[in-house]
Design a protein around this ligand. Structure first.
Ligand code: ADP
Ligand code: LRH
Length: 477
């Protein structure tokens, strides 16, 4: 380990940050230099991301990073970018973004599913892409576009890299979430683009984690106060790919839960599982760092809770999250549950009411009480995690000894304990900022500051992060 300072831009669906990562032999030390909220907004009759505002925050964060590094007498070796997957911006030949990008929560892609499946049978799609069916996969969003003439689609982190460097590429881990990517070949599935009447160059060529996009554009470099030769390096630009790369596992018999807006629950494999059974169980084979396969399910996540908090806040009830979770933990187990993966919960709307309505449909009753509703979400998530891990073991013929929970949700002790109880496995929680750590470590390896494969990167994470262990107790949900 040779040391170095790297800037990570990490934007999730609920918040973004720019972080300085200092790499040393005792691990990676993170310093958050800028943090900002994120969320879907209603713009031009659709649910979109305010990308212009996000990009302004990225620039402000890089400016802060440059200032902090200058004060310390440090040189930022490179910049890496990761965000949520699936969504894209459309850029014209002049390189201008033509509209604020749609969010996957917008409903427009739902009507495009059937027309796509008439041209491309879901079984055929799965046999090549290995992608879990979600109504908002890029392939359906693109099918809902009216006019793509002269436009190129840039996935969100690639769009940021393009605006910073002028270089158009598509990072491979995120390309694997489009539904237009061959899981075995690791290339675009050009036959699917053609079948849907999409140009072969709709997306720019692939770039792999560790490769270089390019140096900052002169205007950008002077605007943020970084040297002109500062490079943007491709990392696992799908946030979940970076998070999984930084799971602090020492053995390979682990399952992971990347816990934030969504819960990404699964295993790391060397080869994709493209069987019909796997398709029926709706498992995805997304690409990870170093050509690994992230064999997982995108499950409901803490969006269910954060949306309840938003509704309650509008009604004047704003408890701190730890207090709310404590009240939920004090309730007895065995209460009502929902299916957290139900597409019914995708849109932002009155979440407490929708959860109570879903419980009502099961013939049960959930009282209108924040602690009870919170408990219902946690019980439902833990039950879903256990089922998913069991299914993954069966479908991939592997056995899991330990469950690693990373991301913001790893701070949720109630959920971690319930997950240990229901899976019957030890749960290791942390780090919270796994995504940024994965981002930094892939840059550090590209710079030659660290060497080795994922095992070596993970050992550095384990060495430098406080982790909390939850042991299974006898709780029946
Ligand atoms: P995303 O990347 O999808 O935006 P994060 O990984 O940042 O999500 O996780 C955000 C979630 O982490 C929040 O919705 C919240 O439920 C959870 N969280 C944040 N802080 C705490 C805390 N102190 N205790 C428990 N949960 C927390
Ligand atoms: C998590 C995530 C997840 C995708 C979803 C769209 O932030 O990238 O892996 O399925 O957002």
């Amino acid at each position: 380990v040779d040391g170095g300072v790297f800037a990570a831009v990490d934007i999730g669906a609920s918040s973004g940050r720019v972080i300085l990562g200092r790499v040393g032999s005792d691990g990676v030390q993170l310093e958050v230099v800028h943090r900002f909220p994120n969320g879907v907004v209603e713009i031009d009759g659709g649910l979109r991301w305010n990308f212009d505002a996000l990009f302004a925050e990225v620039l402000e964060g890089l400016r802060a990073a440059a200032t902090v590094a200058a004060v310390q007498g440090e040189r930022i070796a490179s910049i890496g970018i990761d965000t949520w997957a699936v969504d894209y911006g459309l850029v014209n030949t002049a390189g201008e973004l033509t509209a604020q990008p749609f969010s996957y929560r917008d409903d427009r892609s739902r009507a495009a599913v059937e027309p796509v499946h008439r041209k491309l049978d879901p079984a055929r799609l799965y046999a090549t892409t290995g992608l879990q069916f979600l109504q908002f996969n890029t392939i359906y969003q693109l099918a809902a576009e009216k006019d793509l003439d002269g436009l190129q689609a840039l996935l969100i982190p690639d769009l940021i890299a393009f605006l910073l460097t002028g270089v158009r590429r598509t990072e491979a881990t995120n390309a694997s979430t489009t539904g237009l990517f061959d899981a075995v070949a690791g290339e675009w599935a050009t036959e699917f683009l053609s079948a849907l009447g999409l140009r072969r160059d709709l997306f720019p060529p692939l770039i792999q984690p560790g490769e270089t996009f390019g140096a900052l554009l002169p205007d950008v470099a002077s605007a943020v106060g970084l040297p002109r030769d500062t490079k943007v390096v491709a990392v696992g630009s799908h946030d979940t790919a970076s998070a999984v790369a930084a799971v602090p596992a020492r053995e390979d018999d682990f399952a992971y839960i990347s816990s934030g807006t969504w819960s990404l629950v699964g295993l790391e494999l060397k080869h994709p599982v493209l069987t019909e059974a796997s398709r029926e169980a709706n498992f995805t084979n997304e690409r990870g760092v170093d050509g690994t396969i992230r064999y997982l399910r995108n499950m409901g996540g803490l969006w269910l809770l954060s949306e309840c908090q938003r509704t309650w806040a509008a009604e004047g009830f704003r408890p701190e999250l730890p207090a709310l979770l404590q009240a939920a933990a004090a309730l007895p187990p065995g209460g009502p549950q929902i299916n957290p993966d139900d597409p019914y919960f995708i849109a932002p709307d009155n979440m407490p009411e929708r959860i109570r309505a879903a419980v009502r449909l099961t013939g049960d009753v959930l009282i209108d009480d924040p602690a009870a509703i919170t408990r219902c979400i946690m019980d439902s998530l833990a039950t879903g995690y256990a089922r998913t891990i069991r299914d993954a073991e069966k479908l991939a013929d592997r056995s899991v000894e330990m469950v690693h929970v990373v991301g913001g949700g790893s701070q949720n002790q109630l959920l971690c304990q319930l997950t240990a109880d229901v899976t019957g496995r030890k749960v290791v929680a942390g780090p919270v900022e796994a995504t940024a750590l994965g981002n930094v470590l892939v840059q550090a390896r590209a710079a030659g500051a660290v060497t080795g494969g994922l095992a070596e990167l993970r050992a550095l994470v384990a060495a430098g992060s406080p982790l909390q262990v939850f042991t299974p107790q006898l709780t029946r949900l």
